[in-house]
Design a protein around this ligand. Structure first.
Ligand code: HSE
Length: 382
């Protein structure tokens, strides 16, 4: 299959290198920015690709919603398969692209958008054909996992850990998406769309790692606890979809605590299969490129769909899930939350709340922060 690659950044470069040796796949052209077309196969206009009858598939690895959406739509409309690693694109426009691909009888796959090398969406899309998915989740952001692991095991501070994750090519162009949890949220949105044919598009509960300090991490370590940024998604008994991202404190012996560096751990529970756990590198040039090339191979072998063309957008309802929360906040706010246990530590109060609905806890902390309080919170592992 003859392939054009849209974008020549970290992942684009990796995909082009892999295509040099990928059986059954051949690189025809690469879309680069004007002024960067210094090699014969590089082009600067999407029209050259869309109007090239030789091109059978495009790989979009530019990132961002526009112009990626216009370019992928144009390629699909021209009858070309499309593979993307761009979760922002699929979270924003996945249903439209899936519908267009179906109408044109071409493939639209995006497993590289969720979990890097980990074949999470690939397996999930196969699993839903024969099993009901009860829940989804895990660690789906390599940058924040690398940062939390470096802070905990090497005593690195937050800023240095982020700089190193950027230097290693793990972080998004704007790393705010990683540390705020937005990148992980987009991934659980895609996983929900694949598992339930419902793309959650509002009502999220989102907390990243921006509030954690080196002192917090040292405190967790002294208690034998490990912090990870964890996503959860699923459907309640009465059909309510939930999808949220928040830090979680785990015992050092829990499986998530052993996920180190840029690795991800993707989990789903099938009604019949039970728990399935997949671990691998969740970010980086070649891990992500490997997922793109796997999707291209899947298309060569006849796979066309990952998101159903009738996938609908719904609001998430995270009031159906409850957690107990560890909280660090100013000592003068020690009575601001329903703590089951708490201790004062100088000007700080650290405690664990009673079980609270996820939506309730996120809203309470938002209100405290709006009043100027510096608050860190993390769900306690159940
Ligand atoms: N910035 C993302 C991460 C890249 O760190 O997981 C892979 O999706």
């Amino acid at each position: 299959m003859k392939v054009s690659v849209l974008g020549y950044g970290t992942v684009g470069f990796g995909v082009c290198s892999m295509l040099e040796k990928a059986p059954g796949l051949e690189l025809v052209s690469v879309l680069v920015r004007p002024g960067k077309a210094d090699k014969p196969f590089k082009v600067t206009s999407i029209d050259e690709i869309v109007n090239d009858p030789e091109v059978e598939a495009v790989v979009e690895v530019m990132g961002g919603v526009e112009p990626a959406y216009s370019y992928v739509s144009a390629a699909l409309a021209a009858g070309k398969h499309a593979v993307t690693s761009n979760k922002a694109l699929v979270a924003a426009h996945g249903p439209e692209l899936a519908k267009l691909a179906k109408e044109k009888g071409v493939g639209f796959l995006f497993s590289a958008a969720c979990g890097g090398a980990v074949p999470f969406l690939h397996n999930l899309a196969l699993a839903v054909e024969s099993d009901r998915i009860l829940s989804l989740g895990g660690i789906l952001n390599g940058t924040t996992n690398f940062m939390l692991d470096s802070m905990q095991r090497s005593g690195m501070d937050y800023a240095d850990a982020l700089k190193e994750a950027q230097a290693l090519g793990y972080a998004e162009a704007d790393p705010t998406a990683d540390v705020s949890g937005l990148d992980a949220l987009r991934k659980i949105m895609l996983a929900c769309a694949v598992a339930y044919d419902k793309l959650p598009c509002e009502g999220f509960s989102l907390e990243g790692i921006e509030s954690v300090t080196a002192a917090d991490v040292a405190h967790f370590q002294s208690k034998g606890l490990v912090l990870r940024l964890v996503v959860r998604g699923g459907e309640s008994e009465d059909g309510k979809l939930y999808a949220f991202v928040q830090p979680v404190l785990l015992s050092a012996s829990s499986p998530e605590a052993s996920v180190l560096k840029n690795f991800n751990m993707a989990k789903y529970r099938g009604e019949n299969a039970g728990d399935i756990v997949l671990i691998g590198q969740g970010a980086g040039r070649y891990p992500t490129a490997s997922a793109v090339v796997r999707d291209l191979s899947d298309i060569v072998h006849g796979r066309r769909e990952m998101m159903k063309p009738d996938c609908v957008r719904v609001a998430a309802d995270n009031s159906v899930c409850e957690c107990r929360y560890y909280v660090r906040l100013p000592a003068d706010l020690a009575d601001a939350l329903p703590f089951a246990e708490k201790e004062l530590d100088g000007a700080l109060c650290r405690g664990v709340t009673e079980a609270l609905a996820v939506t309730d806890m996120h809203a309470r902390v938002k209100a405290l922060r709006a009043g100027g309080a510096a608050v860190f919170f993390a769900a306690m592992e159940e």
